[in-house]
Ligand binder design. Structure first.
Ligand code: 13P
Length: 258
């Protein structure tokens, strides 16, 4: 982390977990545990049907609510889809884009780019995900793959919008497996991402970009990961479903930084 130049963000990704009723109970418990004082930005990205309950419960807090996906089109015949304007109107501040689980369902780099632009246009903060598979890491093409994903995701985004984008590095082999990247492995790729952003948008913008690590981050390993200079927060799956664990990670983000 480097709080002098950029925001720290601890974001939860609930994936397909919890009902609206369970959301309300979770948020009530979380509110009771949140540390006092202003430490870092906090987000919870929840299933679309849970957004109203989450927004209602967290209205008076500093926890921002987010969605897990969006459709880039403004409206129309897209059965089952949710637009960025709908998310804004429902009270969302964030939206996760290009998660590897969605890419595995067929989402392309072009769609990730279109969704990122639509989110920015609507005033949402996109959390744009990238990450390599185990095969790619073992074939030593992580650097090329991540650079490509970032370049395609951010293509055509204007310089005045880039600072609103949050990037999340989530190695696929570390998601939901309990096998976290080591702090050094995670730092290496987050640093690479910042270099790619620097080449595209200049050093001031790169220095101001928040880059998260995700993949089995939990209350036990977060401190060490967050101590890395280019890891500005976490995108947390499993551990964000348990209020006490999520709060511990928020507390770990309150460590001294350079
Ligand atoms: P886990 O924290 O459950 O590994 O999930 C990470 C993730 O995919 C967050 O988007």
């Amino acid at each position: 982390m480097n709080r002098k130049y950029r925001k720290t963000l601890i974001a939860g990704n609930w994936k397909m977990n919890k009902t609206p009723t369970e959301t309300k109970a979770f948020m009530t418990e979380l509110k009771g545990l949140l540390p006092k004082g202003r430490w870092c930005d906090i987000a919870l990205c929840v299933p679309a049907v849970c957004i109203p309950a989450a927004v209602r419960a967290m209205r008076e807090t500093r926890v921002g609510i987010g969605a897990e996906n969006c459709n880039p089109n403004p409206s129309g015949a897209y059965t089952g889809e949710v637009s960025t304007a709908m998310l804004v109107d429902a009270g969302c501040k964030y939206v996760i884009i290009g998660h590897s689980e969605r890419r595995a369902m067929g989402e392309t780099d072009e769609e990730v780019n279109a969704k990122t632009k639509a989110a920015l246009e609507a005033g949402l903060i996109p959390i744009v995900c990238c990450g390599e598979s185990l095969e790619q890491r073992e074939a030593d093409i992580t650097e090329e793959w991540i650079s490509m994903q970032i370049k395609l995701a951010l293509a055509g985004i204007s310089e005045d919008k880039i600072r609103k984008v949050v990037i999340a590095y989530e190695p696929i082999w570390a998601i939901g497996t309990g096998r976290t990247a080591t702090p050094e492995q995670a730092e290496e790729v987050c640093q690479l991402i910042r270099t790619v952003v620097r080449k595209l948008f200049g050093s001031k913008n790169a220095r101001a970009t928040t880059i998260l690590y995700g993949g089995s981050m939990n209350d036990k390993n977060a401190y060490e990961l967050l101590a890395q200079p280019d890891i500005d927060g976490g995108l947390i799956g499993g551990a964000s479903l348990v209020p006490s664990k999520f709060v511990k990670i928020i507390e770990d983000a309150n460590q001294p930084t350079a």
